[in-house]
Design a protein around this ligand. Structure first.
Ligand code: AMP
Ligand code: MG
Length: 352
């Protein structure tokens, strides 16, 4: 299949952009697939109400079909049709955080095919704030099922070039535009239980959610590889974002972390293995490796969030065999950053 790559730039007139989005929307209505930018990461969109489109999404990504898709909408009024009911807490969260990087899980209405929800009787819904995403969704008929636009197991793409790397020849169109600012996938909150539960941490923090709905739980399985409990979000059981080399997280007091990483790098160098480090500038000033990724200064968590997937892809491109990353705070946005890093590292953490 020939994939059309359509760039939308600031120099495009409103009318020209509309024309491009109209064409992209038409592809979705005809049962095709279009990758599009959102404020979190690029999504791989298909008609959420067409079971054949959902099957195509799974095939293009190489994703197991029991891993449900998120439905993207452009208007709050469109939520009604795809869910059985909208509880008060869902209304409050939507009012507070939509459009934005929050996904809510509710009981699904019959109109949503089970292929889109991985066989579940619940549905995950999000209203993105990226202006291109929202106009595209309208032209596509209002309901776009979209997982991240990467091949299964690869980091979510934050730039069109990574979507092209993964999906060129497998989908109908890729929309390339700026504005993918957050870099990590949305926060997902399950609202089908009495106390809402975070099943995937993201840019919208537990603290921010609690301000709106009061008590809120977090699914403990997201931090623990050895839990016997099944995760509440089915997709979380799959190993994600894994770089080709071995990534190890190092936790402990700064001096000891530096000492440990330098020792390991010396060891790998003797064996002619290529090494990488991901850490704050304070750490990088005292360590060296074949590839260095700066997480900025201490406490710049939104910078790490935005760069993380790019760093992981670059480590692969640079054929790094062993990577060491500093552990960041697991408070606020750190919850999401550490969740993704732990998954990328296959939960390998060395405490020094
Ligand atoms: P992605 O689109 O790649 O960001 O992944 C979407 C994720 O949303 C899935 O992997 C699930 O973890 C989660 N999800 C989607 N729908 C549901 C649902 N109905 N119930 C629980 N989790 C869901
Ligand atoms: Mg994904």
């Amino acid at each position: 299949m020939k994939t059309q790559i359509v760039s939308i730039g600031k120099e495009d007139t409103f009318a020209l952009t509309e024309q491009k989005l109209l064409q992209a929307g038409e592809i979705i209505k005809q049962g095709g697939l279009v990758a599009f930018p959102t404020e979190t990461v690029y999504g791989l969109g298909g008609d959420a109400l067409n079971p054949e489109s959902s099957k195509k999404i799974y095939a293009a990504k190489g994703r197991p079909s029991d891993n449900p898709l998120i439905i993207h909408i452009a208007e709050l009024a469109d939520l009604d049709k795809i869910v059985e009911e909208i509880p008060k807490k869902a209304q409050l969260l939507a009012q507070a955080f939509w459009p934005g990087p929050l996904t809510i899980i509710l009981k699904k209405a019959k109109v949503v095919p089970s292929q889109t929800t991985g066989g579940l009787d619940t549905v995950a819904v999000r209203m993105p704030s990226h202006p291109i995403a929202s106009r595209f969704i309208k032209y596509a008929g209002g309901y776009v099922a979209a997982p991240s636009a990467n091949r299964s197991g690869k980091p979510s793409p934050t730039m069109a070039k990574y979507v092209i790397q993964d999906l060129d020849g497998r989908i109908d169109m890729i929309l390339d535009a700026e504005g993918v600012e957050i870099g990590l996938e949305s926060t997902i909150v399950d609202l089908t239980t009495d106390v809402p539960m975070i099943v995937r941490p993201g840019y919208i923090t537990q603290e921010a959610l609690a301000c709106v709905v009061g008590e809120i739980d977090i699914d403990i399985t997201i931090y623990d590889d050895h839990s016997t409990q099944a995760p509440k979000a089915p997709g979380m059981k799959y190993r994600h974002y894994a770089p080709k080399g071995e990534l190890v997280l190092v936790e402990g007091e700064r001096e000891r972390v530096i000492c440990y990483i330098n020792e390991q790098i010396r060891f790998h160098r003797e064996r002619k293995e290529r090494t990488g480090i991901l850490g704050t500038e304070e750490l990088l000033a005292r360590c060296s490796a074949d590839s260095i990724k700066s997480a900025g200064k201490e406490n710049e968590l939104s910078f790490v969030a935005k760069q993380l997937y790019t760093f992981l892809r670059e480590f692969d491109d640079e054929e790094i065999d062993y990577m060491y990353a500093e552990c960041f705070s697991d408070k606020g946005l750190g919850q999401a950053v550490m969740n993704r890093l732990l998954k990328a590292a296959g939960h390998k953490v060395v405490k020094v």
